[in-house]
Design a protein around this ligand. Structure first.
Ligand code: BT5
Length: 330
């Protein structure tokens, strides 16, 4: 992997680079250089060769290749190990298999990323539409936290996403409790947090993130056309998925570190700043129960606090917002 990265480094630095130069710089044979160039071409790097001048890179693929993400990632551990796939059933499924069976070789912060999911999943077995052009990734974590912190993991992830989108595109997304990032009242991102835990300790945690990036309106499935949006649609141009992943992973690491050090106040305050939910009159489905009232706050465990019409205040850890009045009920 290092050799491929080094070859790319020299190719991107100059117009033409000779095979001899690369072989000398990297301490390998010219045949080995040629083999690496073929591998890069297989990864859709467009590289031409000239008999006297050497190799020249014409274009690089718009793929979420680990080498590209690693360049300038600047995190301490999140995303240092990335498993990349052209297509998966679901990145959360793959991440869970790895977390379950290979903990010794899959360090904390390992990322599973794929260009496309055949069976992307939302909460409660719902479908998550994941065509080419989006970011579909899962992060594996082993936090020393009790399971009651799980809602906070979803909250901090949504804060990291909102901040990454803002930094890259200037667009201010808002967070709809518990796991949606919205732009103009439409869903641009969903988060699926799954875990294995004992009574008071999390064994592993997988945070799955789906962001609609370079997806055109006409590509959205009929059933979600009216409720979803992509960043390309908003900015009217293609958005760099690599940069968005890099910024997101950096923000994610920052907030995750705060959480494991039990400094959740900053996260909760940020979440409230970006909240699309607090202050609104809502109907929430919790299992078979329907709860109506006003969303008044989230508590330090990330539970939504609802004031019912009879004045009773409930804390809801997880549920689905059904009716959602945009105007605050004052
Ligand atoms: C979520 O569930 O929002 C969690 C989505 C998590 C997706 C990521 S992608 C990487 C990782 N691997 C996976 O398999 N999953 C994770 P929920 O709150 O249940 O919302 C699901 C609902 O969102 C669906 O019922 C649709 O109405 C809507 N939906 C589906 N695909 C969408 C999309 N691409 N954009 C916007 N809305 C969508």
């Amino acid at each position: 992997m290092r050799i491929k990265q080094n070859i790319l480094y020299y190719l991107k630095k100059d117009n033409y680079v000779s095979g001899k130069f690369l072989a000398e710089k990297l301490g390998i044979s010219r045949v080995a250089v040629w083999k690496q160039i073929q591998k890069l071409k297989n990864l859709h790097y467009e590289i031409i060769s000239h008999k006297n001048l050497g190799y020249c890179i014409i274009s690089q693929p718009d793929l979420l290749l680990p080498d590209e993400i690693h360049k300038g990632l600047n995190t301490k551990y999140i995303g240092h190990k990335i498993y990349y796939y052209q297509e998966l059933e679901s990145s959360n499924l793959t991440a869970k298999e790895k977390a379950r069976s290979k903990r010794d070789v899959v360090p904390e912060g390992t990322v599973i990323i794929t260009e496309k999911q055949k069976g992307g999943r939302g909460r409660l077995g719902r479908k998550w539409f994941s065509p080419i052009g989006g970011i579909w990734l899962s992060v594996i974590l082993y936090p020393s936290l009790s399971p009651e912190y799980i809602p906070c993991i979803t909250l901090m992830t949504s804060v990291a996403i909102v901040r990454a989108i803002k930094e890259l595109t200037g667009i201010q997304g808002l967070i709809k409790w518990p796991n949606d990032v919205m732009i103009h009242d439409k869903k641009v991102c969903g988060i699926l947090t799954e875990m294995s835990a004992e009574m008071d300790l999390i064994n592993w945690l997988v945070v799955g993130i789906g962001i609609n990036v370079n997806i055109d309106r006409c590509e959205f499935a009929k059933e979600i056309k009216d409720i979803s949006i992509s960043l390309k649609e908003m900015t009217k141009k293609r958005v760099s998925r690599i940069q968005l992943v890099q910024i997101f992973l950096r923000e994610f690491e920052k907030y995750y570190n705060m959480l494991i050090q039990k400094e959740s106040t900053i996260i909760l305050n940020e979440w409230k700043n970006y909240s699309h939910t607090i202050g609104k009159r809502i109907d929430v489905k919790v299992g078979d129960r329907l709860i109506s009232g006003q969303a008044i706050d989230i508590n330090d465990r990330g539970a939504l606090m609802i004031k019912k019409d009879d004045g009773e205040i409930l804390e809801i850890i997880s549920g689905t917002l059904l009716k959602y009045n945009k105007e605050p009920n004052i």
